[in-house]
Design a protein around this ligand. Structure first.
Ligand SMILES: [Zn+2]
Ligand SMILES: [Zn+2]
Length: 219
């Protein structure tokens, strides 16, 4: 099945057999981490990606977004184990009752609540007709993943618009992030990129203008 990404709050219309996907970006915390609500419009089921805030006011903002759109969160998926992406685990596990999913290599980084299910390359997370495939993209951390849908990809802290994630932190690796970025560059140009920080982009735009992807000779 194909699906299109719609703008949050856009009028909902069904066109042919195209499934509508709701994607809302909510920057949270001191590092302005992008938390995402990804929902299927018809079934009102959703995935919460990187709930990186334990501040009550920000958590409430996210919960309002979920509730006002009538979504039921089925999964909390973490692109990696850093606190700016996982800080809201407790609040959101308690309020939504959804299980926490993270790559097995980053699962030990969680201080509790712990992972309910660990992910590996090739796994998928599905709500209704939305299928996000797990692409293991280590280098920023050992268990960093990207989540690949039909025409969108959530890249966590591996790839940003015009930049890439740090590879000098614990568990990071220059060689690994290079090969992860090469994997991402094999995705279709039209694919929309939803990074862990900063604005969205597309794979094609990053191939054209991201200085780290022009050649892999940096460092
Ligand atoms: Zn990170
Ligand atoms: Zn981050």
């Amino acid at each position: 099945m194909t699906y299109s990404v719609i703008l949050a709050f856009a009028p909902l219309t069904r066109i042919g057999t195209v499934m509508q996907v709701f994607v809302k970006m909510l920057p949270v915390g001191m590092l302005l981490t992008n938390c995402y609500v990804v929902g299927q419009v018809e079934t009102r089921e959703a995935i919460l990606i990187d709930p990186g805030t334990n501040r009550e006011t920000e958590a409430k903002k996210i919960l309002r977004e979920i509730e006002s759109n009538g979504f039921k969160i089925r999964y909390i998926v973490l692109t990696h184990g850093h606190p700016d992406h996982t800080g809201g685990n407790k609040i959101f596990e308690e309020t939504t009752g959804a299980p926490i999913l993270i790559h097995e290599y980053d699962a030990p980084m969680l201080k509790g609540p712990f992972a309910d299910r660990t992910l590996n390359d090739g796994d998928s997370v599905q709500v209704g007709g939305i299928v996000l495939r797990v692409l293991h993209t280590p280098g920023h951390s050992r268990g960093s993943i990207s989540l690949v849908g039909n025409d969108l990809v959530f890249t966590g802290d591996t790839l940003f618009a015009g930049s890439i994630g740090r590879y000098d932190l614990s568990g990071g690796s220059l060689e690994e992030i290079k090969s992860s970025l090469k994997k991402l560059m094999m995705l279709p140009d039209r694919m929309k990129v939803y990074p862990g920080h900063g604005p969205t982009s597309t794979i094609g735009e990053e191939k054209r203008s991201n200085p780290f992807l022009q050649n892999f000779s940096w460092v």
